[in-house]
Design a protein. Structure first.
Length: 254
């Protein structure tokens, strides 16, 4: 996968990197803290700058996932059309250069790594469910609560829609696609034989639409901070094995 597709980018280049600050979101204050702590670079997860402006394009990953689960391409595209456009239009409200300009002024190398970390998280979650061979929604939750980041999180895994004791039948982890698919994506999974959908989170208005639809299915929400911490911790662990000192901030550490 190409970097621009992943919404991953190097924003300020550096060299001789021996100590990094690792986080999910970055601010100018974080850059200053990193400099005070003697860090040689800052690595953040969520897209910033041009990577953030092009973020709406990664929503097309929902189409790929839906097609893999038997949903027609036409239906999949219609499901994400409004979501993708809403994110693209929102770009015009962003002061997208602020943090990167701060990094340049401070001389602090800065990059963000997005999709690869999300892919790691998806694999960890999927593997845990497969290992447990869960038959009930409650068994999926019990299995995932064994993952340290979910176990330590203040926001607990919950069934936002459906029943705790429902049979799972077929399930899908809908994570590494920029953001959750909202009402339409969840509904189309349910209508096409996927009984249980896992999101990091969902907008309350989308949840209300699901409840009003009375469609059969289960939506489990996992928690954004905990979920992102899985992938970013894996990156931090890899860096440490390479001999780089890692300062973790705003991450559920394990």
């Amino acid at each position: 996968m190409e970097l621009n597709t992943c919404r991953t980018a190097v924003h300020v280049h550096g060299k001789n990197i021996k100590k990094v600050m690792l986080m999910i979101d970055v601010t100018t204050a974080d850059l200053m803290l990193a400099k005070d702590l003697g860090c040689d670079a800052v690595i953040t997860h969520h897209p910033i700058g041009k990577a953030a402006i092009n973020f709406y394009k990664v929503i097309d990953r929902h189409i790929e996932y839906m097609k893999e689960n038997g949903i027609s391409e036409k239906t999949a595209r219609l499901s994400v059309m409004d979501l993708k456009k809403r994110i693209e239009i929102r770009n015009h409200a962003q002061i997208y250069s602020s943090v990167i300009d701060s990094a340049k002024i401070l001389g602090m190398p800065l990059l963000n790594i997005h999709q690869p970390c999300d892919e790691v998280t998806t694999r960890v979650i999927s593997q845990k469910i497969k290992e447990r061979n869960a038959n009930l929604v409650s068994e999926i939750i019990t299995a995932l609560e064994e993952i340290p980041e979910f176990k330590k999180a203040e926001t607990k895994i919950q069934v936002a829609y459906g029943q705790f004791d429902s049979y799972v039948e077929k399930w899908v982890v809908v994570i590494a696609a920029g953001t959750n698919g909202g009402y339409l994506v969840a509904r189309n999974y349910f209508e096409n034989g996927i009984s249980t959908v896992l999101y990091f989170h969902i907008d309350y208005n989308d949840l209300v639409k699901l409840r009003e639809s009375n469609i059969q299915g289960n939506l489990v929400i996992l928690g954004h901070l905990a979920g992102d911490s899985i992938g970013i911790n894996a990156l931090g662990n890899k860096l440490e094995k390479e001999g780089i000192q890692v300062v973790r901030k705003d991450i559920i550490t394990i």
